[in-house]
Design a binder for this molecule. Sequence first.
Ligand SMILES: Cc1cc2nc3c(=O)[nH]c(=O)nc-3n(C[C@H](O)[C@H](O)[C@H](O)COP(=O)(O)O)c2cc1C
Length: 240
Amino acid sequence: MKSITRRNFVKSSMVAGATAAAGTAFGMTSDAEPSKKPKAERIKIIGICCSPRKGKTTAASLQVCLDAAKEVHPAIEVELIELAGMKIDGSLAAGLPLEPGERDDFPKLVPKLSDPAVAGIIVATPVYFSSMTSLCKAFLDRCITFWQNNLALSGKVAGVLAVGGSRNGGQEITIQSVQATLLCQEMIIVGNGRPAPRIGATVWNSGKGDVTEDEFGMATTRNLGRRIAEVALRLYGVAK
Ligand SMILES: Cc1cc2nc3c(=O)[nH]c(=O)nc-3n(C[C@H](O)[C@H](O)[C@H](O)COP(=O)(O)O)c2cc1C
């Protein structure tokens, strides 16, 4: 394998995320910084569903979270993006080239996530062996392009939702691990807020039916959505 010096690591990773907005340097001030932004008419909250299974329990939980965020204010728009079916190769984050004929869907996500109208991002993942899915990790590793190119995630509000097959199957440790990567992007991390503030949304897929029947988990999910929306509004505001 080609040895990776710091210089060619940075250079090749930038190539891997070539569709990111221009203007690149470590230490640059982010355009997304809330204090520098004029008040917008609308703000957007995006949910990224990191289950490899489309439309299943993580997506259903994330929809509940986004619906709760939307209810906070009429100026809030939400969008759920499922990574299921997308090809996201985590090794490109380390500067390795795309193999000939290999597809890479990450660049499609770059403009969506870089959009300055996006004030909040919810990352939702199933718990796989007490951690996030490999799809979630590949996605988060590829987000290195924002750190290197335009700091587009810096200053955006973030929260995490985890769904496990057990009530206490590692949801909290999974959330913490996702949050740690989001902190590296200078995101503003929030938990699920009142009435029982905790680390994030912790959902149990009992396998008996609809995951939205998990009353406790759905309360944490709705509270996370509401909390993200409240903090995003406070930081970004909306034009009257
Ligand atoms: C490889 C694998 C590992 C899993 N590990 C755990 C685990 O450690 N703890 C847990 O509670 N559930 C675990 N599960 C169950 C999933 O988290 C659970 O079924 C979840 O609802 C799947 O989300 P989805 O329906 O969106 O795909 C695991 C599932 C798979 C496939």
